[in-house]
Design a protein around this ligand. Structure first.
Ligand code: GRF
Length: 207
């Protein structure tokens, strides 16, 4: 059984896709231990509660400084001791000590085809604003392992999504969620839960 902790910050639609996939059997062999949010008002916490999953709120704002938050966040994760940490719309930088303690066991969903439109400052709607500004005809989403960089870890899977005439950032974000994120993330979790992935020379491949 893959013990999993999901980290969220906002609406929780990616969390919901995971929960629905577990309920429908699209994800097997997986148990969500807890949902952690930096935002007490996150709708994602309501989604967790409705599903009977413990919600934990840990915000950097409640600590003296970032270092204190990083220590507490990492200690909490060690206490939960998951096999997998899933960042599902989580807007807080993962502490270095957590990346190293959970090396190869943290994944993230990013709403673009990495290496486009990623890195510092590229999150949420801003990603889609930049894609439209650049005039790309295809965008999409990427699920990847988290390393010490920002959106630089080994790519697990990607899915392309067409940009259409008249798209606003909001319309494009929704299409990328529906057609890519909500498919890629549950699939990646199921693959990991059932031992279908390995990393060879820094690249992920399905076994
Ligand atoms: C969305 O912009 C999504 O693309 C990204 O995080 C944001 C919030 O997603 N992954 P969610 O609805 O909270 O899962």
């Amino acid at each position: 059984m893959l013990k999993t902790v999901v980290c969220v910050s906002g609406g929780g639609t990616n969390l919901q896709a995971i929960l629905d996939a577990i309920d429908s059997g699209k994800i097997t062999n997986t148990e969500i231990l807890a949902v952690i949010s930096n935002n007490a008002g996150a709708k994602a916490l309501e989604r967790a509660e409705r599903h009977g999953i413990p919600g934990i709120c840990m915000s950097p704002k409640s600590f003296a400084d970032r270092e204190a938050f990083n220590e507490a966040f990492t200690a909490k994760m060690e206490e939960l001791s998951p096999d997998l940490v899933v960042l599902a719309g989580f807007l807080v930088r993962i502490p270095e000590q957590m990346v190293s303690k959970f090396s190869g066991r943290i994944i993230n969903i990013h709403p673009s085809l990495i290496p486009s439109f990623c890195g510092v400052g590229y999150y949420g709607l801003k990603v889609h604003e930049k894609a439209l500004e650049r005039g790309v005809k295809v965008t999409g989403a990427t699920v990847h392992f988290v390393n010490e960089g920002m959106d630089e870890g080994p790519i697990i899977a990607q899915k392309a999504v067409a940009v259409e005439q008249g798209d606003t950032p909001e319309i494009l974000q929704r299409r990328v969620m529906e057609q890519a994120e909500w498919i890629l993330l549950p699939q990646a979790i199921d693959d990991i839960a059932n031992g279908r992935l390995e990393i060879v020379d820094g690249h992920v491949r399905r076994v």
